[in-house]
Design a protein around this ligand. Structure first.
Ligand code: ATP
Ligand code: MG
Ligand code: MG
Length: 349
């Protein structure tokens, strides 16, 4: 069978590898860090930096198609890889989602609603941005933020200086605080032939900036559910996207507001492992290898709960809970804030 190259060896790469293996594919992980969670289940691992051109060339030579589990891959590395093998999802999806400013501009061009935002690189910009956006608001680094890292909240405009200092000179974006009732996400997939399939939107609860739970079905009207799925399909089509994407949305009384997109499988899609015949990981592998997509139908209601840091203390109890699937990432060391695994609780009446 063909070999799929995966950039990034975290839990997403691990679960992609398992799904690929089930479909008869081999996987090769490229990861700078030692002992990556995906390494144990992949057929091959390259431990090298993204600056190592020889390692990148050898990696590309050993695979048939290249995909990724995170969006911050250096451009020069992508240039080398792309000269040898197809990268799916494509470079445009990465370019847009690597930078919150580019991302928001793209979404607005599509006619989608976002939080009001202003570009901030220095104190002058910040003063202008605060005058325009006001407070409450959130200052976010344009690049490299995840799990709420690289963000500073402004309760009042008096917090502006402290927030700017938090960015440590990194280019940032000031976002108006969206008055949402709840958060949902759409996990959408698009095949090489342009076919689009969406999973049911899930409702997300964050704790300390990190996803805590996803519940399906989400609290949405039929109209909102339709809007969510259509806007996700719109984004994928516009990008000529191939693979799975996570689209994070705020539900407000004025409709759906797009928070951000992730050009990859997404933590809020882990429920699909126990709620659907074809989960997001298999769906992504199907998409990037040109197989027909699963239809995204949900056979069970599910609550996904992340196991973060000390949550692992609950493991013995979780293992005896009925209708509860436990997924662990094989990470050696438990740390506060580190995602160690998740459980999917299947709901039946
Ligand atoms: P992820 O791990 O999802 O990539 P991230 O670090 O990129 O997270 P965001 O998704 O931008 O961060 O923000 C994290 C959370 O903070 C959101 O899910 C939401 O709860 C809250 N948040 C972010 N931006 C806003 C906003 N403009 N208004 C209100 N709440 C917000
Ligand atoms: Mg993000
Ligand atoms: Mg987010």
């Amino acid at each position: 069978g063909a070999t799929i190259g995966i950039l990034g060896g975290g839990q997403l790469g691990r679960m992609l590898s398992v799904a690929a293996s089930r479909l008869g594919y081999k996987t090769h992980i490229f990861e700078p860090g030692a002992n990556p969670p995906a390494g144990e289940v992949a057929n091959a691992v390259t431990t090298a930096s993204y600056e190592d051109a020889d390692a990148l060339r050898a990696f590309a030579a050993s695979v048939d198609v290249i995909t990724y589990e995170f969006e911050n891959i250096p451009t020069a590395a992508l240039d080398i890889l792309e000269s040898q093998k197809p990268i799916r999802p494509n470079r445009e999806a990465l370019r847009i989602s690597q930078d919150r400013l580019t991302e928001k501009a793209f979404l607005q061009e599509l006619g989608l609603k976002t939080a009001p935002f202003a570009d901030v690189t220095n104190a002058d910009d910040m003063a202008k941005a605060v005058a325009e956006i006001g407070a409450p608001s959130i200052l976010k680094t344009r690049r490299f933020g995840y799990d709420g890292k690289g963000q500073a909240r402004l309760k009042t405009t008096a917090d502006a200086d402290a927030a700017l200092a938090d960015m440590a000179g990194a280019p940032a974006l000031l976002e108006g605080f969206v008055d949402f009732s709840h958060e949902v996400s759409v996990i959408a997939a698009r095949g090489i032939d342009g076919q689009v399939a969406c999973f049911d939107p899930g409702e997300n609860v964050h704790k300390d900036g990190i996803l805590a739970t996803t519940t399906v079905p989400a609290r949405l009207s039929a109209g909102q559910r339709m809007d969510a799925v259509l806007l996700a399909a719109n984004i994928l089509n516009k990008l000529d996207y191939v693979g799975v994407m996570g689209v994070e949305l705020f539900v407000t009384k004025d409709g759906l507001i797009v928070n951000e997109v992730a050009p990859r499988v997404h933590n809020s899609g882990h429920w699909t492992q126990n709620g659907c015949a074809v989960d997001q990981f298999e769906q992504h592998i199907r998409a990037v290898t040109g197989l027909p997509l699963g239809d995204g139908q949900r056979h069970s209601d599910v609550v996904m709960e992340n196991l973060i840091g000390d949550d692992m203390d609950q493991l013995p109890a979780l293992l005896t809970e009925r209708d509860t699937a436990v997924h662990l990432y094989g990470k050696a060391e438990t740390k506060p804030g580190r995602k160690m695994g998740h459980v999917n609780r299947i709901k039946r009446d």
